[in-house]
Design a protein around this ligand. Sequence first.
Ligand code: GLN
Length: 221
Amino acid sequence: MIINIAHLYGNLLNTYGDLGNIMALRYELRKMGHDANIDIISLGDEFDPDKYDFVFLGGGQDYEQRIVQKDLLNKKDQLKQYIDNNGVMLSICGGYQLLGKYYYDANNNKIEGIELFDHYTVNQDNNQRFTGNIKVKSSIIDDQIYTGFENHGGVTYLGEGEEPFAYVLEGNGNNGEDKSEGFRYKNTIGTYLHGPLLAKNENLAKELAKKIIWRKENEGK
Ligand code: GLN
């Protein structure tokens, strides 16, 4: 099969080698006998929720996040349809922030999120950042441990009922207070883990590849 991947705003949101997630996933898909077609869906482009088997939204600087936010609003309904239909999606850092209610950037300007989810993000006092290696434990597969790299000024709080992607063992994660890291809903993950996450954590890449193939084979995708 050919697996269709949408790299949302791949020309604008791609910090700390986030593109490596797509490369690692394609590597696993190929080992499972499937190739991938990768489309960059950016400003003004249509996002067709029925075409794609994997959607990736990477991290970015405040400047790019602001540009993307306006356009992402135009794709909100299609993205919601994709996510509710069990589409597999990974969003990292700035991308994860934009799926929530809002984000306060380093200059304390509010950037509205697209409010697909209830988490919200404020900034840290004196523009401090959470920077460094991070280790988490996630219930996605048997409480496995994943490692990554975080670098964010944003401090994120999950909405009521929002489930974290993982719990922090070392590092800061969402806010440095409640040990939560990222969020998960159906087959969608949001996380602060750069790394790139799927290159550093092959088990997770394999799991996403298996979910993608299963969905395409079983849900007529
Ligand atoms: N600009 C955001 C922050 O600092 C996101 C950073 C990123 O995506 N690496 O919180």
